[in-house]
Design a protein around this ligand. Structure first.
Ligand code: FES
Length: 202
């Protein structure tokens, strides 16, 4: 299960850059008058992107004012969704799926590797400050379980040694090749195609 960690170190102020303020106005305009609260997720995304991939509490306050919403409602959204980070994450942010299909295919071994090489607790930066990890719920790649997401890429069909290899590269500030560790194409059967044999590239 993912744990939402609120950073103890917070910036004193937050406001959107000129560009993001413009973008937020465009998002708000997508909804009917007095329904501006519907733009909350889009604005939280903008804040996260602007602030090195995490959302400070001041940004939650800022967005609540911008959308005329109670602070607690914006806070509830920010703490509910695992894609919002409320504490600093590394340049390489490793999200390990620990929902049932990944768990029964060995996700615990993947989190053990993260604990050993990145940090003993999730949501803590590695010693060299470039990597952090967290557990998340299903990332929609169950058929290639166990898997993890690093930044925007998926790493699938993992085992302990492949995960070690990937993490070691990250810690050296190198980005590993994403995809299946078994070289499966998308989610094709492990032993190769069994149907649609007559169709090329099916
Ligand atoms: S359970 Fe892990 S991707 Fe779905």
């Amino acid at each position: 299960m993912s744990i939402k960690n609120i950073s103890k170190t917070q910036p004193e102020i937050f406001e959107f850059s000129e560009e993001n303020l413009e973008k937020s106005k465009i998002e708000i305009k997508k909804y009917p008058k007095n329904k501006q609260a519907s733009a909350v997720i889009a604005l939280l995304y903008l804040a996260q992107k602007q602030n090195d991939n995490w959302i400070p509490l001041e940004a939650i306050k800022y967005i609540s004012k911008l959308l005329s919403m109670p602070y607690i409602k914006v806070y509830e959204v920010a703490t509910f969704y695992s894609m919002f980070n409320l504490s600093p994450v590394g340049k390489y942010f490793v999200q390990v799926c620990t929902t049932t299909p990944c768990m029964i295919r060995g996700a615990k071994k993947i989190t053990d590797v993260c604990k050993k090489y990145i940090s003993n607790e999730q949501n803590k930066l590695s010693e060299n400050k470039i990597c952090s990890w967290t557990e998340v719920e299903c990332l929609g790649a169950c058929v290639n379980a166990p898997m993890m997401q690093i930044n925007k890429d998926y790493f699938e069909d993992l085992n302990e040694s492949k995960t070690e290899e990937i993490i070691q590269k990250l810690l050296k500030d190198e980005f590993p090749e994403p995809g299946s560790a078994k070289n499966r194409k998308n989610n094709a059967p492990e032993s190769g195609k069994t149907t649609l044999m007559e169709i090329k590239n099916a």
